[in-house]
Design a protein around this ligand. Sequence first.
Ligand SMILES: [Zn+2]
Length: 200
Amino acid sequence: MLIAGVVGGAATAQLTGGRRVLGVEPVLRAAATALEPAVRLALHGDLHFPVDVAGGDLVIPNGFGGVSGVKGAGGHNGVDIGNGCSDGRGRPLLACVDGTLNSEKVLSTAGRLRVLADDVGNYYRYHHLDAYAPEIEVGDRVRRGDVIGYMGSSGNTSWSHLHFEVWIGGISPGLGGRAVDPLPRLPLPIPGVTVGLPDC
Ligand SMILES: [Zn+2]
């Protein structure tokens, strides 16, 4: 029992004789999940922070999954990052991964948006841009930290901010993807970046 308690499932399987195959099966299943996008994302490491932090005054007031303070109601598939005590319009938005500029479009809700794709099937959405960085076009390679656009309030918001989403395994639910909380994947804490409401 001590051995099983220390080393877990594999030892338990060895000690249960005829039930070995059943005992081992969950271990094999766990290894298989390592191929799944969620785990691959974790292996990808921290994302580059998607907003230029020079100058500080950044806040992340709206978390993942709750009510959006910007939209006023409904689920929230990402986090909002904006200036706390000044107007952040025009602040550089940075590629959070090495990858490609997958797509861009303008929607009434999300405004001017860009989507990055990494090389393992995950997608990163940037909403409400004031402007695109014109030197990067759809299909171009980007490196972590490259400027891909500028913070703004296009779409259904009055606050200049970045709405930032992370999708693993696909760009939408219909294509096998699911949105995950970006916050644990950001390299926080960062001086000048406050998770919560601004203190002006
Ligand atoms: Zn948002």
